[in-house]
Ligand binder design. Sequence first.
Ligand SMILES: C[S@@+](CC[C@H](N)C(=O)[O-])C[C@H]1O[C@@H](n2cnc3c(N)ncnc32)[C@H](O)[C@@H]1O
Length: 336
Amino acid sequence: MGEEVRPIGRLDAGAFMTLVLDLRHRRLPSACSATRPGWTTCFQEAYARAFRALPSFRSGGAASMWLSRIVYNTCLACSWGSRFAATRGVVEPVVRLYGALAPWFHLLTRPSDYADEAAHIVRLLEAAVDGPAETLLELGSGGGNNASHVKSRFNCTLTDISPAMLALSRSLNPECEHIEGDMRTLRLGRTFDAVLIHDAVMYLTAEEDLGTAIETAAAHLRAGGVALFIPDATRETLELRTSHGGHDGEDGRSLRYLEWITDPHPDDTTYDVDFVIALRERDEPLRLVHDHHVLGVFADSTWRELMQAAGLELLEVEVDDPEEGEHVVFVARQPK
Ligand SMILES: C[S@@+](CC[C@H](N)C(=O)[O-])C[C@H]1O[C@@H](n2cnc3c(N)ncnc32)[C@H](O)[C@@H]1O
């Protein structure tokens, strides 16, 4: 038993251990790998923290469901923390939106809201690909919102660094192949007719990382295949603003958020997005979460130079864009 757990066990050792043993076997192994270094400590500390937060707990009582949820979320956040601590320059500090809060993502941004943009993606690809347009690889596919529309036209392979987001996407897109991977290093050893990198690219905060992600796209394109890069903004188009939104689910859950974009250091390649997220589950009290994201932003010229450095040929494709001015689209082809 870890240091933090011992004093709690002394207070009500029986109830605490019953809960640990009961829930350990039921819920957590599917979410957190027991082989990950530091996982046991994280697991025990999560129980200790949750147990303290619920003084009325007696095993089997109503509070045990709450306790299991707190522990489950803490362990997911912990497994994400160790994953990202081992890498450099991505999703730092750890964002909860793609970890513990991943099951809520479709209430923050709804798959049906992506229909117009996905149709535009398909039109661009059809116009730009030289040869067949059948297979598509998405790097950073998130909740699979875009893919839920694009999959009717392309055979999609969806990749993301977050296992929790892949699980969510699988529930929406069970017919698509899903693979865990970092867009900077992924190498599948096969090529596609199209590669898509949408808003996930915003989590790359260093020019070197952006360059390696563009190389990943190039490495997965057949000759004549096309990559679409759709960042939320370039340095030239970045708008500092606040917005709000959210949705009601059919399962009794609701989410509302406030998104606040700031740029404390306009001379560097990052900016900040703070989310204040309110979560409601049936009759339970409203929960508030603050999630701080550090995103990357690069000049239009940097994007173009990196695409050329990766051997891609930049294209100007003329198709109607229903979201013109709201996003940036770079189209680049693998030369034949
Ligand atoms: C806003 S979500 C993408 C949503 C997506 N456009 C959709 O249609 O649902 C951003 C995603 O980027 C992923 N991500 C961040 N850094 C990544 C990296 N280096 N490689 C792969 N995925 C990454 C996160 O895990 C998250 O799922």
